[in-house]
Structures are given as C-alpha cells and as structure tokens.
Design a protein around this ligand. Structure first.
Ligand code: PMT
Length: 399
C-alpha cells in the first residue's frame, strides 16, 4: 500500500476507537492517510489521537475558526485513491443515500472522485432494521463497496451482527481493492462512445439517441483500474478529464473510423459502445436545403463498420468487446454480431427492457462470449454495468 492515498471518514459510533488501530496498520503499510471526522465522532475518539497517528491534520469543520480559512471538500474529494468511511453509523448512512451534505464528511462524499468503501457499525437491531438494509442496498447500487459488519459482542451487551469489521479485515479489503485497481496498469484501452451525426446539410444531420453515458462509464472504470484510455466519442454532454485519458471528439462514422484506425494496433483492449449510424447521406448539401418540394429523397450510402474493421485487424493478444442494441430477438442478433465481427464477447441491450439502452442512467445487459456462454445481469446504474463488463473481461477472457 506504499504511497496509496486513503481518505478515512470517521463517524460517531463507539467503534470509532478501533480506528486508531486501523490507522496504525495502514501507516505500517506506508499508506498516506488523511482523516475527516464528523463532530459526533470527536466524542468517541480525540482528533489529537487521529492526527498524531495519521501524521496529518484532521479535518472536522468547513471553517477553520482560528484563521477563518475554508476547508475545501472538493479538493479533499479529489485527493484520495480511495475514500474509506469507518465506522459508518446508521445516521450517516441515511444521509449518504439522500445526498445530504450537512457536515464536511458528507459533503466530501458527494464530491469524491475516487471509489468509496464503507464499513458500517451499529447495534444489532439497528443493523437488521429494514431501513438500514434498504439504505445499504441503495448505497451499493450507487457504486459504494460495503464491508459487512461482523458478528460478536456489541457495546449494548447484545450479541449479533453489527460490530465494525476488525481493522485487519478492513486492511485486507483495501489490499484486494488496490490489487484490483491496478489490474489494467500499463494496458491501453480504446473505447468508442456516443452517437455519430451524419451531415445532411449545414443545419441537419442523421443521428440517434445515444447520450454517451455507457461508454464514458466504461472509460471511468478502466481509468480507475490503471489503464491508459483513448476515448473516441460522438457529440455528448458527458465530460471526463483524467491524466491517463486521451479524448477525441468526432461527429461522423468516417471520422470515428479514422481515429480508430490510427491507434488500434497499439491497443490491448477495445470496447465499442458507440451507436454508429449505419448509413450517411451520399452527397451532403453545402447550403441549407429549402423546403420547395412536397417530397424529398436523400440517397444514403453505407457507413464503414468500425467494429468489424477492428475485429478483422485484431491480433491474438488484443481483446475486443462490442455492443448490440436491439429491439427484437436480441440474443439471436447478438450471437450473429459476435461471430461476424470476431469479438471476444458482446454486450447485448434491448429497448424491450424498461430502463435499458439510450439516454437513461441504467442499463440491463446480457453478455455472450466467444464460447457461446450467456450471462444475464439485472437492471443496474450504468456505472455498475460498466464494472460488470470490465470484471467479465478481467476474469473470463484470456489474453
Ligand atoms: O450512450 P447511451 O445513451 O448511454 O446508450 C448506450 C447504448 C445503448 C448506445 C449502448 O449501450 C449500445 O448498445 N451501443 C451500441 C449501439 C449500436 O449501435 O449497436 P449496433 O447493434 O448497431 O452495433 C453493433 C456494434 O457495432 C456496436 O459495438 C457498435 O459500436 C458497432 N458499430 C456499428 C455500426 C458501425 N458502422 N460501426 C460500428 O463500430
């Protein structure tokens, strides 16, 4: 864990005393630890103890009352490789799922750019209450990793699940997290995203409803796992900056093809999530077309199939993933595209599923791989879907 930046959020529960041991373990492993404490947590463990062990100032308030300076939660959220909240009380859990930002810790959670891991701790009845279960399930859906509470004797005298995971076990989870987060270190990944716009005249185009969200979420997951990502995107409102990201914005399928062709042979992985227009106007008009006629015809010619080109020019060491957006017979069409475009696996989504496909923040996918294995996933936020896709690639596709 040498040099890994861990932002540790401490909330107000009796288990806060164990955090002193956790910080000792993290420091022994040469992690860089900064801590945010909620005001309530200061009743359970002293900020002086936390500052001394972490060898860093402790952040508690938005304002430093001594010199009137502001503690920038946005900068804090940008700093870490992982944001760990331990112990996580039922109260802070409820705030996190509702996006409340009434203290520095909850505000930083909303600003955090890094993955977040939480270790809840509370009394037995609180832990098994339907509200807590519901809140933990929602937090997980929001992309937060949960280290379940452990069973044993609780501060109340009750015995059951609710104890903060032992510091050694939290460290083990973090070590696994960092091992995974380096999984694509040194790997180059090409991603296509968004729609293409095919010009009819200077003011009109043929396009589609792709927002780019799916492709951008996939890029984020690869970046978080150490990859160098080249993202070629059609017009989108999505924004992404990262030191390991090269972003090419294009309009048309031909422009996308040119970008793909210029870099594909240097790539280890390609994931093609763009919704490329299959046809383009044969001769786009130079001037705006006037509405003089009752009918008009636009001659269309076929666009190049960019994914099929990458599949035809794929070496044994390259992995290639395509998408299939269908409206009927999704699996059948998926199988066909998998073979025809020489893919390692294809991600099938269909507009028959509510909440899946274009524009929305969720998706429901099936993966069909080259050994014809088919795996179905539930409807999930696109970030989680992206994680499923990247994990499948990591765990099932040999290079
Ligand atoms: O962008 P969002 O709003 O988040 O929506 C996500 C999505 C629905 C666009 C995405 O999940 C998706 O399904 N992307 C592929 C859409 C599509 O055009 O599928 P297709 O079945 O027409 O194409 C099959 C595959 O070939 C795709 O990987 C596509 O990128 C690729 N293709 C298609 C045509 C072409 N000329 N060149 C290509 O590279």
């Amino acid at each position: 864990m040498k040099g890994k930046r861990i932002l540790l959020g401490i909330t107000g529960g009796i288990a806060a005393y164990k955090i002193a041991f956790l910080i000792r373990l993290l420091k022994k492993k040469e992690a860089d630890v900064k801590c945010i404490m909620t005001p309530a947590s200061c009743d359970f463990i002293s900020p002086l103890t936390i500052a001394t062990l972490s060898e860093n100032p402790v952040y508690i308030d938005f304002w430093n009352q001594k010199d009137g300076t502001w503690t920038n939660h946005v900068d804090l959220g940008m700093w870490p490789d992982v944001f760990l909240i331990a112990p996580l009380t039922a109260n802070t859990l409820a705030k996190l799922i509702h996006g409340q930002s009434d203290n520095l810790l909850t505000a930083t959670f909303l600003s955090a750019k890094s993955p977040v891991i939480v270790a809840p701790a509370m009394d037995l009845d609180m832990y098994i209450h339907p509200a807590t279960k519901r809140n933990l399930a929602q937090l997980e859906l929001d992309g937060v990793q949960i280290i379940p509470a452990e069973s044993g004797e609780l501060a109340s005298g009750l015995v059951g699940q609710g104890r903060l995971a032992e510091p050694e076990n939290i460290v083990a989870v973090l070590e696994e997290f960092f091992a995974k987060s380096n999984a694509f270190q040194g790997q180059k990944v090409l991603i296509t995203a968004g729609p293409t716009y095919e010009r009819i005249d200077p003011v009109r185009f043929i396009g589609n409803h792709s927002s780019g969200k799916m492709g951008f979420e996939i890029a984020k997951v690869f970046l978080s796992q150490g990859a160098e990502v080249t993202l070629i995107s059609g017009p989108t409102k999505e924004k992404l900056t990262h030191k390991n990201l090269i972003l090419h914005s294009i309009q048309t399928a031909e422009e996308m093809l040119a970008e793909v062709q210029s870099c594909w042979k240097t790539m280890n992985v390609g994931v093609f999530a763009a919704a490329v227009a299959d046809y383009r106007p044969e001769s786009p008009e130079v001037q705006k077309i006037k509405k003089n006629e009752e009918r008009m015809t636009i001659n269309l010619v076929k666009n190049p199939d960019i994914l099929a080109w990458a599949g035809a020019n794929k070496t044994e060491n390259q992995k290639l993933v395509g998408f299939a957006l269908e409206t009927n017979d999704a699996e059948k069409h998926g199988f066909d595209k998998l073979k025809r475009k020489n893919l390692d696996f294809i991600v099938v989504n269909t507009l028959e599923d509510k909440g899946a496909g274009f524009g929305v923040d969720t998706n429901r996918i099936k993966i069909i791989d080259k050994s014809n294995k088919l795996i179905s996933f539930e409807l999930k936020p696109k970030h989680q879907v992206a994680l499923d896709i990247v994990n499948y690639l990591k765990e099932n596709i040999e290079s």
